[in-house]
Design a protein. Structure first.
Length: 258
């Protein structure tokens, strides 16, 4: 039996196809999100990789910002629940999830059965999100993929104190004008993201193990900053962009068994 999870976020579209609730046969990401061709392209890619077609899917669950716009879905489930379900499947020891996406950040606390005990979310401001990093990379004239490498060469962490993306951009420009290296500025940018994400995690009562998910989890510089801020190891979820879609596929499997 095949089930599918579709996670349509603000910045990317993800599809996971699951066989018998256990085996991931496709996990695809397209780097454009809700309101775009991303969901359809992610579906096409998943079917191409798996050799399956829509008719083979027993149940389909959608999650993310764009979940209600997907006519293919049998059901919609919140991204909080789907991330919790997907992470617990991949990392059963997880008790705290830090999810940093394109336009929001979340901290989710799980019990020992993988159910959500509490969560906190920042979705009112781009600061501390993937969008914040995109803006800073543009100002610094580097690619988002190069930020972790620059961070690894930093000799100190520049101060980026503003909680607003617009003001932080001005801070970065000011630091550049003073001759502060891009490496040190990027370390400061990553520290700023870490401080905001960890603030959410502490509000929920931090419990080990801590797992990072979302597209920003692919940035090793942010992961290092969060580990430093929490003073403990942070596990990066396998294929961190697709954990929400995986959770949705698991919910679809549970629906199909009823």
């Amino acid at each position: 039996m095949y089930t599918m999870g579709i996670d349509v976020g603000s910045a990317s579209s993800k599809v996971v196809i699951l066989e018998d609730g256990k085996n991931i046969v496709a996990a695809e990401v397209i780097q454009v999100g809700t309101g775009s061709s991303g969901p359809q392209r992610a579906l096409e890619k998943a079917f191409e990789v798996s050799g399956l077609k829509m008719e083979d899917m027993t149940k389909i669950v959608a999650t993310g910002y764009g979940r209600f716009a997907l006519k293919e879905a049998d059901k919609q489930v919140s991204e909080i629940s789907c991330h919790a379900k997907g992470i617990f499947f991949l990392v059963p020891e997880a008790r705290t999830i830090i999810d940093i996406g394109g336009q929001d950040a979340k901290a989710i606390r799980l019990d020992n059965k993988g159910y959500v005990k509490q969560f906190f979310m920042n979705d009112k401001c781009a600061a501390g999100t993937g969008r914040f990093l995109d803006v800073m990379a543009r100002v610094l004239e580097i690619t988002i993929d190069d930020m972790a490498e620059y961070d690894s060469r930093a000799t100190e962490i520049a101060s980026i104190s503003s909680t607003c993306t617009v003001f932080a951009e001005s801070e970065v420009i000011s630091q550049l004008s003073k001759g502060v290296s891009k490496e040190n500025i990027i370390a400061g940018v990553h520290q700023s993201v870490a401080s905001k994400a960890c603030g959410l995690a502490y509000r929920g009562g931090l419990e080990h193990a801590v797992v990072m998910t979302g597209g920003v989890a692919k940035n090793a510089g942010v992961v290092r900053a969060i580990s430093r801020e929490l003073d403990r190891e942070v596990i990066v979820a396998p294929n961190p962009q697709t954990t929400g879609a995986l959770g949705a596929a698991l919910f679809a499997y549970e629906e199909a068994k009823r």
